[in-house]
Design a protein around this ligand. Sequence first.
Ligand code: ATP
Ligand code: MG
Length: 776
Amino acid sequence: MAARPTPYLDDLNPAQREAVERLDGPVLMLAGAGTGKTKALTARIVHLLMTGRARPNEILAVTFTNKAAREMKTRVGRMLGQPAEGMPWLGTFHSICVKLLRRHAELVDLKSNFTILDTDDQLRLLKQLVQAADIDDKRWPARLLANIIDGWKNKALTPDKLPSAEAGAYNHRGPELYAQYQTRLRELNAVDFGDLLLHMVTIFQTHADVLEQYQRWFRYVLVDEYQDTNIAQYLWLRLLAGGHRNICCVGDDDQSIYGWRGAEVGNILRFEKDFPGAHVVRLEQNYRSTPHILAAASNVIRGNEGRLGKELWTDAQEGEKVRLIGHWDGEEEARWIGEEIEAMQGGTRGVRPVSLDEMAILVRAAHQMRAFEDRFLTIGLPYRVIGGPRFYERMEIRDAMAYFRLVTSPEDDLAFERIVNTPKRGLGDKAQQAIRAVARENGVSLVEGARIAVENGQIKGKGGKALQELIDGLARWAALTRGPRIEFDDDTVIDDGAAPMQFAAPEVSHIELAQIILDESGYTAMWQNDKTPEAPGRLENLKELVNQLDNFENLQGFLEHVSLVMDNEQDSDGAKVSIMTLHAAKGLEFPAVFLPGWEDGLFPSQRSMDESGLKGLEEERRLAYVGITRAEEVCTISFAANRRVFGQWQNALPSRFIDELPEDHVEVLTPPGLYGGGLSTPGIESRAAAADGYNSPGWKRLQARQGQHGLSQPRESRSTVIDLNAVASFTLGERVFHQKFGYGQVIGIEGDKVEVDFDKAGLKKVVARFLSAKDD
Ligand code: ATP
Ligand code: MG
């Protein structure tokens, strides 16, 4: 047989080639970040196909995320350079197990059309069982039981296999409730996520014929990110590969970051024991990052004990040092990063223009994202949030905005339809149809139609009463957007043709008003009473929404802003900055990476710091390693002295991981006017003191820690920073134009707000972004 061309092998190094070409028997590829493990694994699939060693459906490849699976599919397709007859089984453990379990559902007493419960349903079911068992779910929350059961499932423990050590779980009721839960799931013909693997392991363990069938079928098994498999996944793999032993796992013990979800880094360590004679390939050349970035990552991870220990090298050009910068607060951090991104994109920073697609912001906690989303919406910087909806697309935010819209414009029928029965007011389809009919007949808005329908007695009873309350509420809230009516004398002359100012300034701020609307409408209570796991997060988002109004003059200004920026987003094809959690960034790479929020208590997390022992802290450190090693060319680490977390200001010290960065490979940046005045948050002195500690030229955090810093005045005013950036184009006295208020003259600049004396509308503070310069 003539040798086929093998371009997919040609760009591999010898160690990678070895891992690709050794097709038979167990292979473990154990290597640090960016050494081409995933690349080699992909080439191995192609090699199996090209050499005719396996047909596509004889290959099973497991990836950690669906996204990774899709990418691998695309790459395999490209490397093959020719259409293969079908594609290998390529997916996550869950997606593969769903397919298999549908075929064999009856073996675990399910029907093949079983439903998969989400965490909401799971919790609801458990709660019913807990209540029926007469357990005080205040003391013993169902959520705790859910975690315990998940933990058992991750270890492949069915109720009958629980070891006696588990008997005390959940106040000694855990095992019995677990058994009941599993029975109930079967009655419902349902499974939860953990069951997908658990049932498959059970089937393989109890039905030798089925196992053999799959062992024959999947002749080659490949696994990426092996360090993050849990015991159930591990058992499943071991069973599946038990016959032919053609299993190739790739992983990095330093990147094990799912211990909290039951992942066992020990799986990697015992691979050689389970598969005697396993061939272990170590890769040491990193192809992803510059030497400075690599050195920084290596130095941080060195702080962990019990590592397998790997040295990485690269022959990439030296590039830039890792950049470290401290900020006054989280908003300042977001602002600065936004500017950096624009400068990089425009090519005014760094050696080349960097596309937005090549940049990512990796956060430790999801709540950090909002500051970036806000900032990017304000400056019109396109971004995408990976692993969750963007802030303004979240259900609770849309609901809240619908209320705000109705208050500022009662004709907004779409908004009315959205919230008329949210929270539940007993207004079903029929009532809503009646409202629409009345509105149509009378040629009025839905709100007005609703009013008429109640008045006519078309909507009665509980629903009618609730509807009346909503209508009254809307009128009351709308009145609160204005101050008291100003009575004019009959002979008042309006000489400039503009409408007379009919109302004085409102008595409640728009921020208070927003809170009033959410509370009085029952919307806040709806989520407070909701016991699903998502509810607390939704309440936090609502708080964030209200906080955010601070940046606007009134509700209307805010709504305009959001609709403008959301509109801009319609052309969603262009390049975008990615925002995601560090966990979601596993396996990915970007030329420019921002790592914000390196503060003790955030990163490492408070929980890991409180824990006795080093386990949690070491997992956080691995997360830091994962973060830094995502960067190819520029890696920027930042921290803030103050951060608003769910509406509360907190101050923090720079992360202990910052101490672990090697000085020779780090450049400390200090932007002008870093620690500004003008902030009036409580505890300002102590924060200023901490900030001054970071501000000193040497290795800052040590000083802050040792309390060697004294109190000092902020060096430059906060607005100086902003003058340089956001509103540099406006000067005092300049003529400007605002979409809503028309022409005026700048009389003051404060932060990103500009005070303008409008010709018609009078004195107003507006957001600089909505102004344009006019020399009319
Ligand atoms: P991680 O541990 O972060 O998942 P990894 O070991 O899976 O990293 P890959 O993502 O496969 O690493 O590769 C990192 C980068 O290096 C990719 O851009 C890849 O294309 C490139 N690369 C890998 N091997 C080589 C090689 N032999 N020659 C040139 N580039 C390579
Ligand atoms: Mg990889």
